[in-house]
Write a protein that binds this ligand. Structure first.
Ligand code: PMP
Ligand code: GLU
Length: 400
């Protein structure tokens, strides 16, 4: 009998974190690896937010905060939701957690019974199915490919809903594809959901602030869905605060109260310092913030650079991502090709080959639910991006 639980034995390790660790280990051995595997802004946290964190320590905000978060932070989150998304929430509907990941697992622990079905459009972020399985729910994948810009259709959603469907996990802008659903596309999916009043929507809006010429749209705008909408968001991406570990949900009161109970027994409140810094983050109006505008402008420039570069790699098929900082090339045209000990039969094979032969770390698509593709995070300097394209091209040219 294993010392470990079946729950953990059957869980896959996070592929994004694993690849990032491998590239760091190679770097520590003196190998010049370019790491395009981790989804993390390379910018620093804006000064005004850091100052608020420092002030929190100086002002002795060093004791246990209330489990769901300080009232001023929850109020600032409600104001943000009103200002940016036009939706009304009360502070009692907000639960602040240790990052978006923690917020997501709280919701699943609070809502999912064994056998409940959770619809997950694929390609998806690696952690969704593993989290759903961890709480004994059943992930139901709905597959989209590059031909449909990695977006699911209303007919696909309709076909996936059964009497056991409890939740849809929806992520736009998407990790790993960078795609952003338009208002019309969202409306068409909302029309399906309106017919199924027992299905809740967990909207992961963590890349909300990173879109290029394509406005972010939330399911929360459809008032018929508001009572079964759980918005999850966080500070990691839009405010370059990955290490502060700050995420939150805005949910129907009953679900928020349940998450509060779970969090009260498992972890208590998130860090007092990070919470106070996050008040300053929430007060940033994205329409005014120079920090945010500069960050998004850089990401857009890098998106163009990477996309144009990848279009010149024979066998790589790319579309035009309109948000986040990922691009998800389909490399299936190269399947069957070989070089030395490598045979490319999946995106994961391509990622291994490129790590060894090009010293470029990226993540194979298998753990995102798409074995034809690879995920590139372009949250790094233009110089490194240009060099990685050069290396990828050189390595791919060796495949025959
Ligand atoms: N959702 C998505 C789609 C993500 O890419 C991430 C980043 N890892 C998260 C949630 C969680 O982010 P964090 O825990 O850093 O807030
Ligand atoms: N969201 C990022 C990524 O997908 C960070 C790593 C993680 O938490 O999975 O790379």
């Amino acid at each position: 009998m294993s010392v470990l639980s079946n729950r953990v034995l059957t869980m896959a390790a996070s592929a994004t974190l694993a690849m990032s660790k491998r590239s760091q280990e190679m770097q520590a051995q003196g190998i010049d690896v370019i790491n395009l595997s981790i989804g993390e802004p390379d910018f620093n946290t804006p000064e005004v937010i850091k100052e608020a964190g420092i002030a929190a320590i100086k002002n002795n905000f060093t004791h246990y905060p209330p489990v769901p978060g300080y009232m001023d932070l929850r109020q600032a989150i409600c104001q943000k939701l009103k200002r940016d998304n036009g939706v009304d929430f009360e502070p009692s509907q907000i639960i602040v957690s240790n990052g978006g990941k923690h917020a997501l697992i709280n919701v699943l622990l609070a809502m999912i019974n064994p056998g409940d079905e959770v619809i997950i459009p694929a390609p998806y972020w690696v952690s969704y199915p593993e989290m759903v399985k961890f709480v004994e729910g059943k992930p139901v994948e709905v597959r989209a490919t590059i031909e449909s810009d990695f977006k699911i259709t209303p007919a696909q959603l309709e076909a996936a809903i059964t009497p056991k469907t409890k939740l849809l996990i929806f992520n736009s802008p998407s990790n790993p594809t960078g795609m952003v659903y338009t208002k019309a596309e969202l409306q068409a999916l909302a029309d399906v959901l309106k017919k199924h009043p027992n299905v809740y929507i967990l909207a992961d809006e963590i890349y909300e602030l990173i879109t290029f010429d394509c406005p972010f749209e939330s399911f929360a705008q459809f008032s018929e869905l508001k009572d079964r909408m759980i918005i999850m968001n966080g500070m990691s991406k839009g405010f370059a605060m990955t290490g502060w570990r700050m995420g939150y949900i805005a949910a129907p009161a009953e679900i928020a109260a349940a998450c509060n109970k779970v969090q009260g027994q498992m972890t208590s409140a998130a860090s007092c310092i990070a919470q106070k810094a996050s008040v300053a983050a929430m007060q940033q109006d994205p329409k005014q913030s120079a920090d945010l505008k500069n960050m998004v402008a850089s990401f857009k420039k890098r998106r163009d650079l990477v996309r144009e570069g990848l279009q010149t790699v024979p066998g790589f098929k790319v579309n035009l991502p309109t948000g986040a900082f990922y691009i998800f090339p389909d490399v299936s045209a190269l399947f069957g090709k070989k070089y030395g000990k490598y045979t490319i039969n999946s995106g994961d094979d391509m990622a291994e080959f490129l790590l060894d032969e090009a010293h470029v770390a990226l993540v194979g698509g298998n753990s995102f639910g798409d074995s034809n593709s690879i995920r590139i995070s372009y949250a790094t300097s233009e110089e490194k991006l240009k060099e990685s394209i050069r290396r990828i091209k050189e390595a791919v040219a060796k495949l025959a």
